[in-house]
Write a protein that binds this ligand. Structure first.
Ligand code: UD2
Ligand code: MN
Length: 283
Protein backbone atom coordinates (compact mmCIF):
# COMPACT_ATOMS: atom_id res chain seq x y z
CA UNK A 1 0.00 0.00 0.00
CA UNK A 2 1.16 3.46 -0.84
CA UNK A 3 -1.77 5.27 0.79
CA UNK A 4 -1.93 6.37 4.38
CA UNK A 5 -4.71 4.95 6.53
CA UNK A 6 -8.05 6.09 5.17
CA UNK A 7 -9.03 7.78 8.42
CA UNK A 8 -6.21 10.30 8.09
CA UNK A 9 -7.04 11.11 4.47
CA UNK A 10 -10.56 12.01 5.54
CA UNK A 11 -9.59 14.11 8.52
CA UNK A 12 -10.90 17.64 7.92
CA UNK A 13 -8.42 20.47 7.94
CA UNK A 14 -7.96 21.60 11.53
CA UNK A 15 -7.54 25.20 10.48
CA UNK A 16 -10.78 25.32 8.53
CA UNK A 17 -13.25 27.85 9.94
CA UNK A 18 -16.48 26.57 11.43
CA UNK A 19 -19.64 27.73 9.69
CA UNK A 20 -23.02 28.36 11.32
CA UNK A 21 -25.34 25.37 11.22
CA UNK A 22 -27.72 25.49 8.27
CA UNK A 23 -31.08 26.82 9.57
CA UNK A 24 -32.81 24.32 7.31
CA UNK A 25 -31.43 21.55 9.50
CA UNK A 26 -32.61 23.24 12.70
CA UNK A 27 -35.98 23.66 14.30
CA UNK A 28 -38.01 23.04 17.44
CA UNK A 29 -36.62 20.82 20.18
CA UNK A 30 -38.41 19.34 23.16
CA UNK A 31 -36.52 19.98 26.38
CA UNK A 32 -35.99 17.22 28.89
CA UNK A 33 -37.27 18.66 32.16
CA UNK A 34 -37.22 15.54 34.29
CA UNK A 35 -35.06 16.11 37.32
CA UNK A 36 -31.91 14.01 37.26
CA UNK A 37 -29.05 13.76 39.76
CA UNK A 38 -25.85 15.64 39.00
CA UNK A 39 -23.97 12.30 38.92
CA UNK A 40 -26.04 11.07 36.01
CA UNK A 41 -25.75 14.39 34.18
CA UNK A 42 -22.00 14.40 34.65
CA UNK A 43 -21.72 10.82 33.42
CA UNK A 44 -23.82 11.72 30.39
CA UNK A 45 -22.12 14.96 29.41
CA UNK A 46 -18.70 14.91 31.08
CA UNK A 47 -17.00 12.78 28.41
CA UNK A 48 -18.10 15.22 25.70
CA UNK A 49 -16.77 18.29 27.54
CA UNK A 50 -13.54 19.73 28.78
CA UNK A 51 -13.24 20.39 32.53
CA UNK A 52 -15.35 23.32 33.71
CA UNK A 53 -18.13 22.74 31.18
CA UNK A 54 -16.13 23.92 28.17
CA UNK A 55 -16.55 22.78 24.62
CA UNK A 56 -15.10 23.45 21.22
CA UNK A 57 -15.64 21.74 17.90
CA UNK A 58 -12.65 19.56 16.98
CA UNK A 59 -13.09 19.43 13.22
CA UNK A 60 -13.05 23.18 12.56
CA UNK A 61 -11.95 26.46 14.07
CA UNK A 62 -14.79 28.01 16.08
CA UNK A 63 -15.65 31.56 14.96
CA UNK A 64 -17.26 32.55 18.25
CA UNK A 65 -15.83 32.10 21.73
CA UNK A 66 -18.80 32.49 23.99
CA UNK A 67 -18.91 32.78 27.77
CA UNK A 68 -22.33 31.75 29.07
CA UNK A 69 -22.76 33.63 32.36
CA UNK A 70 -25.48 32.46 34.74
CA UNK A 71 -26.37 34.45 37.90
CA UNK A 72 -27.29 31.96 40.57
CA UNK A 73 -28.44 31.34 44.11
CA UNK A 74 -30.40 28.45 45.56
CA UNK A 75 -31.94 27.06 42.38
CA UNK A 76 -30.28 23.66 42.21
CA UNK A 77 -33.16 21.84 40.55
CA UNK A 78 -33.15 24.43 37.77
CA UNK A 79 -29.39 24.22 37.42
CA UNK A 80 -29.38 20.51 36.67
CA UNK A 81 -32.17 20.85 34.10
CA UNK A 82 -30.39 23.84 32.59
CA UNK A 83 -27.09 21.99 32.16
CA UNK A 84 -28.71 18.87 30.87
CA UNK A 85 -30.46 20.79 28.10
CA UNK A 86 -27.98 23.55 27.31
CA UNK A 87 -24.94 21.42 26.56
CA UNK A 88 -26.53 19.23 23.89
CA UNK A 89 -28.19 22.34 22.46
CA UNK A 90 -24.95 24.34 22.30
CA UNK A 91 -22.78 21.49 21.02
CA UNK A 92 -24.62 21.53 17.71
CA UNK A 93 -23.89 25.22 17.15
CA UNK A 94 -20.25 25.05 16.03
CA UNK A 95 -19.17 27.55 18.69
CA UNK A 96 -16.58 27.33 21.47
CA UNK A 97 -18.18 28.02 24.83
CA UNK A 98 -17.95 27.56 28.56
CA UNK A 99 -20.70 27.75 31.17
CA UNK A 100 -19.98 29.98 34.17
CA UNK A 101 -22.24 29.75 37.22
CA UNK A 102 -21.88 32.76 39.50
CA UNK A 103 -23.36 32.09 42.91
CA UNK A 104 -23.96 34.90 45.36
CA UNK A 105 -23.27 34.21 49.04
CA UNK A 106 -26.07 34.58 51.58
CA UNK A 107 -26.58 37.87 53.34
CA UNK A 108 -27.58 40.59 50.92
CA UNK A 109 -30.61 40.36 48.64
CA UNK A 110 -29.82 38.68 45.33
CA UNK A 111 -28.14 41.01 42.84
CA UNK A 112 -28.46 39.45 39.42
CA UNK A 113 -26.70 42.26 37.58
CA UNK A 114 -23.69 42.26 39.91
CA UNK A 115 -23.32 38.49 39.52
CA UNK A 116 -23.21 38.97 35.75
CA UNK A 117 -20.56 41.69 36.12
CA UNK A 118 -18.49 39.32 38.25
CA UNK A 119 -18.98 36.54 35.70
CA UNK A 120 -17.75 38.83 32.96
CA UNK A 121 -14.63 39.91 34.87
CA UNK A 122 -13.75 36.41 36.07
CA UNK A 123 -14.37 34.73 32.70
CA UNK A 124 -11.92 37.17 31.09
CA UNK A 125 -9.21 35.98 33.45
CA UNK A 126 -9.43 32.57 31.76
CA UNK A 127 -9.83 33.55 28.12
CA UNK A 128 -10.44 36.59 25.92
CA UNK A 129 -14.04 35.68 25.12
CA UNK A 130 -15.43 37.74 22.25
CA UNK A 131 -19.05 37.13 23.16
CA UNK A 132 -20.98 37.02 26.44
CA UNK A 133 -24.40 35.52 26.87
CA UNK A 134 -26.11 36.37 30.14
CA UNK A 135 -28.56 33.65 30.97
CA UNK A 136 -31.26 33.08 33.60
CA UNK A 137 -30.90 29.56 34.96
CA UNK A 138 -34.60 28.87 34.44
CA UNK A 139 -34.81 29.51 30.70
CA UNK A 140 -34.50 26.61 28.28
CA UNK A 141 -34.31 27.33 24.53
CA UNK A 142 -36.85 25.56 22.33
CA UNK A 143 -35.42 26.00 18.83
CA UNK A 144 -31.94 25.14 17.54
CA UNK A 145 -32.01 27.99 15.00
CA UNK A 146 -31.57 30.36 17.95
CA UNK A 147 -27.81 30.80 17.59
CA UNK A 148 -25.75 31.60 20.67
CA UNK A 149 -23.37 34.12 19.15
CA UNK A 150 -22.95 37.89 19.16
CA UNK A 151 -24.05 39.82 16.09
CA UNK A 152 -23.25 43.49 15.35
CA UNK A 153 -25.80 44.76 17.84
CA UNK A 154 -26.64 43.40 21.29
CA UNK A 155 -29.17 40.61 20.93
CA UNK A 156 -32.10 39.98 23.21
CA UNK A 157 -32.51 36.22 22.94
CA UNK A 158 -35.50 35.26 25.09
CA UNK A 159 -38.15 36.94 22.92
CA UNK A 160 -40.96 34.42 23.19
CA UNK A 161 -41.39 32.72 26.58
CA UNK A 162 -44.14 30.20 27.33
CA UNK A 163 -44.94 31.96 30.60
CA UNK A 164 -45.93 35.08 28.63
CA UNK A 165 -47.73 33.12 25.90
CA UNK A 166 -44.72 33.42 23.60
CA UNK A 167 -45.18 37.17 23.19
CA UNK A 168 -42.69 39.97 23.75
CA UNK A 169 -43.94 41.90 26.83
CA UNK A 170 -42.46 45.25 25.72
CA UNK A 171 -40.04 46.59 23.10
CA UNK A 172 -37.11 47.58 25.29
CA UNK A 173 -36.97 44.40 27.37
CA UNK A 174 -33.46 42.95 27.71
CA UNK A 175 -33.93 40.45 30.56
CA UNK A 176 -33.83 36.68 30.53
CA UNK A 177 -31.16 35.79 27.98
CA UNK A 178 -29.08 38.45 26.22
CA UNK A 179 -25.93 38.51 24.14
CA UNK A 180 -23.28 41.23 23.99
CA UNK A 181 -19.76 41.40 22.63
CA UNK A 182 -16.90 42.19 24.98
CA UNK A 183 -16.59 45.62 23.35
CA UNK A 184 -20.28 46.40 23.78
CA UNK A 185 -20.27 45.34 27.43
CA UNK A 186 -17.13 47.37 28.08
CA UNK A 187 -18.60 50.40 26.31
CA UNK A 188 -21.56 50.58 28.72
CA UNK A 189 -19.50 49.78 31.83
CA UNK A 190 -21.40 46.52 32.24
CA UNK A 191 -24.49 46.36 34.43
CA UNK A 192 -25.33 48.62 37.35
CA UNK A 193 -24.48 47.14 40.76
CA UNK A 194 -27.27 49.07 42.49
CA UNK A 195 -30.18 46.69 41.88
CA UNK A 196 -30.66 44.45 44.91
CA UNK A 197 -33.66 42.15 44.80
CA UNK A 198 -36.02 41.59 41.91
CA UNK A 199 -36.46 43.89 38.93
CA UNK A 200 -35.13 46.80 36.94
CA UNK A 201 -31.54 45.74 36.30
CA UNK A 202 -32.36 44.51 32.81
CA UNK A 203 -34.17 47.75 31.92
CA UNK A 204 -31.20 49.73 33.20
CA UNK A 205 -28.97 47.82 30.76
CA UNK A 206 -31.48 48.60 28.03
CA UNK A 207 -31.07 52.30 28.89
CA UNK A 208 -27.29 51.96 28.82
CA UNK A 209 -27.40 50.44 25.36
CA UNK A 210 -29.58 53.25 24.07
CA UNK A 211 -27.24 55.80 25.63
CA UNK A 212 -24.29 54.18 23.79
CA UNK A 213 -26.25 54.29 20.51
CA UNK A 214 -26.60 50.54 20.42
CA UNK A 215 -29.76 48.81 19.28
CA UNK A 216 -31.42 45.66 20.56
CA UNK A 217 -31.62 43.02 17.86
CA UNK A 218 -33.83 39.95 18.01
CA UNK A 219 -34.59 36.71 16.24
CA UNK A 220 -38.22 36.31 15.19
CA UNK A 221 -40.82 35.01 17.63
CA UNK A 222 -40.93 31.56 16.07
CA UNK A 223 -37.21 31.00 16.67
CA UNK A 224 -36.34 32.84 19.90
CA UNK A 225 -38.62 30.59 21.96
CA UNK A 226 -38.01 29.51 25.55
CA UNK A 227 -39.61 27.60 28.36
CA UNK A 228 -39.35 29.09 31.87
CA UNK A 229 -39.01 26.52 34.63
CA UNK A 230 -41.49 27.03 37.45
CA UNK A 231 -40.49 29.07 40.49
CA UNK A 232 -41.96 31.38 43.10
CA UNK A 233 -42.09 35.10 42.51
CA UNK A 234 -39.20 36.90 44.20
CA UNK A 235 -39.89 39.95 46.34
CA UNK A 236 -39.68 42.99 44.10
CA UNK A 237 -37.17 45.67 44.98
CA UNK A 238 -39.21 48.73 46.03
CA UNK A 239 -36.37 51.00 44.87
CA UNK A 240 -36.27 49.64 41.33
CA UNK A 241 -38.04 52.64 39.72
CA UNK A 242 -35.96 55.14 41.62
CA UNK A 243 -32.77 53.26 40.64
CA UNK A 244 -33.84 53.24 37.02
CA UNK A 245 -34.41 57.01 37.11
CA UNK A 246 -30.99 57.70 38.60
CA UNK A 247 -29.34 55.10 36.40
CA UNK A 248 -28.70 57.33 33.41
CA UNK A 249 -26.45 59.66 35.39
CA UNK A 250 -24.44 56.78 36.88
CA UNK A 251 -23.35 54.85 33.80
CA UNK A 252 -19.73 55.95 34.09
CA UNK A 253 -19.50 55.44 37.86
CA UNK A 254 -21.62 52.34 38.52
CA UNK A 255 -20.64 49.12 36.77
CA UNK A 256 -17.65 46.89 36.12
CA UNK A 257 -15.37 49.76 37.13
CA UNK A 258 -16.94 50.08 40.59
CA UNK A 259 -17.85 46.55 41.61
CA UNK A 260 -16.27 45.25 44.82
CA UNK A 261 -16.35 41.54 45.52
CA UNK A 262 -14.50 38.61 46.94
CA UNK A 263 -14.34 35.15 45.39
CA UNK A 264 -14.49 32.49 48.10
CA UNK A 265 -14.24 29.51 45.82
CA UNK A 266 -13.67 28.59 42.18
CA UNK A 267 -14.32 25.05 41.04
CA UNK A 268 -14.20 23.35 37.68
CA UNK A 269 -16.99 20.81 37.69
CA UNK A 270 -17.38 18.52 34.66
CA UNK A 271 -20.31 20.52 33.27
CA UNK A 272 -19.72 24.08 34.56
CA UNK A 273 -17.25 26.43 36.19
CA UNK A 274 -18.51 27.66 39.54
CA UNK A 275 -17.70 30.83 41.48
CA UNK A 276 -18.90 31.63 44.95
CA UNK A 277 -18.84 35.39 45.23
CA UNK A 278 -19.58 37.87 47.96
CA UNK A 279 -20.70 41.24 46.73
CA UNK A 280 -19.16 44.04 48.80
CA UNK A 281 -20.99 47.00 47.29
CA UNK A 282 -23.62 48.22 49.71
CA UNK A 283 -27.33 48.21 49.18
C1 UD2 B 1 -37.24 38.41 35.02
C2 UD2 B 1 -36.17 38.45 33.93
C3 UD2 B 1 -34.80 38.31 34.58
C4 UD2 B 1 -34.58 39.44 35.53
C5 UD2 B 1 -35.72 39.46 36.57
C6 UD2 B 1 -35.70 40.69 37.43
C7 UD2 B 1 -36.97 37.60 31.81
C8 UD2 B 1 -37.33 36.41 31.04
N1 UD2 B 1 -36.44 37.36 33.01
O1 UD2 B 1 -37.16 37.11 35.57
O2 UD2 B 1 -33.78 38.27 33.61
O3 UD2 B 1 -34.48 40.66 34.85
O4 UD2 B 1 -37.01 39.45 35.95
O5 UD2 B 1 -34.61 40.73 38.26
O6 UD2 B 1 -37.17 38.70 31.38
N2 UD2 B 1 -31.85 34.00 40.56
C9 UD2 B 1 -31.35 32.99 41.40
N3 UD2 B 1 -31.74 32.94 42.69
C10 UD2 B 1 -32.62 33.84 43.20
C11 UD2 B 1 -33.13 34.83 42.38
C12 UD2 B 1 -32.74 34.88 41.05
O7 UD2 B 1 -30.56 32.15 40.96
O8 UD2 B 1 -32.94 33.72 44.41
C13 UD2 B 1 -31.36 34.11 39.17
C14 UD2 B 1 -31.77 32.94 38.29
O9 UD2 B 1 -30.81 32.77 37.27
C15 UD2 B 1 -33.09 33.46 37.77
C16 UD2 B 1 -32.74 34.92 37.49
O10 UD2 B 1 -31.88 35.28 38.56
O11 UD2 B 1 -33.53 32.78 36.61
C17 UD2 B 1 -33.96 35.87 37.41
O12 UD2 B 1 -34.75 35.78 38.58
P1 UD2 B 1 -36.25 35.21 38.54
O13 UD2 B 1 -36.28 34.01 37.67
O14 UD2 B 1 -36.72 35.06 39.93
O15 UD2 B 1 -37.06 36.41 37.91
P2 UD2 B 1 -38.12 36.46 36.67
O16 UD2 B 1 -38.48 35.12 36.19
O17 UD2 B 1 -39.22 37.37 37.02
MN1 MN C 1 -37.52 33.27 36.13
Amino acid sequence: HIYAASSSTHKPLPNQNCTDPDPRNGGPVTPNITLESMDIIEAELGPLLQAGGAYQPTDCQAQYHVAIVVPFRDRYAHLSIFLRNMHPFLMTQRIAYRIFIIEQTNGKPFNRAAMMNIGYLEALKLYQWDCFIFHDVDLIPLDTRNLYNCPRQPRHMSVAIDKWNFKLPYRTIFGGVSAMTRQQFQAVNGFSNSFFGWGGEDDDMSNRLKHANLFISRYPLNIARYMMLKHQKEKANPKRYENLQNGMSKIESDGINSIKYEIYSIKEFPTFTWYLAELKNSE
